[in-house]
Design a protein around this ligand. Structure first.
Ligand SMILES: *Cc1c(COP(=O)(O)O)cnc(C)c1O
Length: 364
């Protein structure tokens, strides 16, 4: 089976340079989309069809498409970064390809090979290259969203035999236009985002749907984000709705919840474990009991807490709230290691710091 290519169907369909410049001046996050999208379709009979790059625009989908009823859908999130010499790079894309394959297996969707995944991303960014924000000391990027869903017109419950895969792209400005803002995190004992044996370790829309009410509950308590506990004992920390969580102790340990089966394995999480270990921190992945963690925050044994994911990279946590009280992290969350790891990771991504792990792949 030869690799897919994603040839450009209609290069004429571009917004004007003036309109693009106006959007890139203040792109926000996830509000504007580029000229093109990559697409291929899988059928159980023929496998993946040849790819294509088509103008970004509405999809035509049967109201009986299985995804709309049974949520057979998965996605990825990654970024393209412009370097000072104009070249465009992405960060550890094979990790996203492998994760999409794991998510596909869990949701009974077809796997897309790493080679075809990379081809789709490379072709799209090459065609949409003018949409990759310039480097100007700011943290702007082109956010990439590969996704796959059951498009078969069929209301019976079984794995779909027609599946569509797309990659869309959206210019993203600095996540923190007013400087890094520590998060206030609400710990819910009402809702769980994922259960044992469920889909928590897969990057699927359903996990986000189940997190929304928890997020609303957090907002009602003046918090920015919600922290979910494990669904069985309601005592151990899992993660936020879309970010993994870390703690730093005053004696130099960096801790994060062990991948329990209901936690999404973040590429940022994995990269931080590596960077912290190489700086001489003792890193540990273990079951973290919320009550114990909050006690260690209160006693000052834990000196920094942060959340991480592709969109915001690393975000300090300044305060926890729950039905039982409020816990403030030392210095309100502007921890030294948190900010320095953030600086190193974004430095590698933007080509300001040597890529000593070979984490970057050139796109353009
Ligand atoms: C995507 C995601 C993350 C972060 O993963 P990264 O690969 O670091 O972007 C964490 N938790 C959940 C639930 C996610 O969906």
């Amino acid at each position: 089976m030869t690799a897919l290519t994603f040839p450009l169907a209609d290069a004429a369909r571009r917004v004007s340079p003036e309109e693009r410049a106006a959007i890139l001046a203040d792109p926000g996050f996830g509000q504007h989309f580029t000229d093109f999208m990559a697409h291929t379709r899988w059928t159980s009979e023929s496998g993946w069809a040849e790819g294509e790059l088509i103008p970004f625009g509405p999809l035509s989908l049967s109201p009986a498409a299985a995804v709309l009823h049974y949520a057979q859908e998965i996605f990825e999130g990654m970024k393209a970064f412009r370097h000072a010499d104009g070249s465009v790079w992405t960060f550890r894309p094979e990790k996203n390809a492998e994760r999409l394959q794991r998510s596909a297996r869990r949701l009974a969707l077809p796997e897309l090979s790493t080679e075809d995944f990379l081809a789709s991303v490379k072709a799209l960014v090459a065609a949409d290259e003018p949409w990759v924000p310039a480097v100007d000391g700011d943290e702007a990027s082109l956010y990439l969203r590969p996704f796959m869903f059951a498009s078969e017109e069929f209301l019976g419950v079984r794995a779909a035999q027609t599946v569509d895969y797309y990659v869309i792209a959206s210019p993203a400005g600095n996540y923190f236009p007013r400087g890094v803002q520590p998060l206030v995190v609400w710990i819910t004992d009402t809702f769980a985002r994922a259960g044992a044996g469920g889909t928590g370790a897969a990057k699927c829309g359903g996990n986000y749907a189940s997190s929304l009410l928890g997020k609303r509950e957090a907002a009602q308590h003046g918090a920015d984000e919600v922290l979910f506990l494990d669904s069985e004992s309601h005592t151990a920390i899992d993660e936020l709705s879309g970010m993994n969580v870390f703690a730093v102790t005053k004696d130099g340990r960096v801790e994060t919840p062990v991948l329990s089966g209901s936690i999404l394995e973040g590429v940022t999480r994995d990269s931080i474990l590596r960077l912290a270990a190489d700086r001489g921190y003792q890193v540990s992945e273990e079951r973290l009991i919320a009550a114990e963690l909050l006690e260690r925050v209160a006693s000052g044994e834990i000196v920094e807490m942060f959340a991480c994911g592709t969109a915001a990279v690393i975000t300090p946590i300044g305060e926890f709230r729950s039905a039982d009280g409020t816990w403030t992290v030392r210095d309100g969350g502007s921890g030294e290691l948190t900010l320095s790891l953030r600086e190193e990771l974004t430095g590698i991504q933007y080509g300001r710091v040597e890529d000593r792990y070979g984490w970057l792949t050139r796109l353009v």
